[in-house]
Unconditional design. Sequence first.
Length: 203
Amino acid sequence: MNLTLEDGEFLVRLARKAIETRLREGRRIRPSAPEKLMEPRGVFVTLNKVEGAHRLRGCIGYPYPEHPLAEAVVDAAISAALHDPRFKPVSLEEMDEIIVEVSVLTPPERIVVERPEDYPRHIVIGRDGLIVSRGGFRGLLLPQVPIEWGWDAEEFLTQCCLKAWLPPDAWLLPDTEVYRFQAEIFAEEEPRGRVIRRELERR
């Protein structure tokens, strides 16, 4: 399902409205969305605070298409603002300084290789997000993350392992599973500003 810029703007505005309504009124909004945006999709909502360079303020989502997209955006937005364990809850006043970003995911697909050393050759930076899974541990990083940090494919795998609380070289172990996915990314240019589609440079 390819999303239009209008679809993306709807989802970003919905995410912001969900957060601000929860902070102002203490309730969860019930989204009314076009049928296209009620199909199950994986989605993440990212909040970046504008402080010279953008600083992550929260990021929560659903990797798999288990919930209607608009409903998943509402839940992910509220969770990113209030329940990301890495950060204190966002305040209503702080929303004036936060850029809202919505990443709609394709279903993750397992990368099958003959040897773990081959994983980097199957990953395109700027196109792929990653999930690393081993035992009961799992880490996910969105496609925009390695671009923002300047990682190559090996470093991307390493950081995904660390996100899963695994050793940094766990992706080289035989029983580790690696999945890739893509994302359509929409974000405000500035807090409450125009919504754009983010195009990542591939390498």
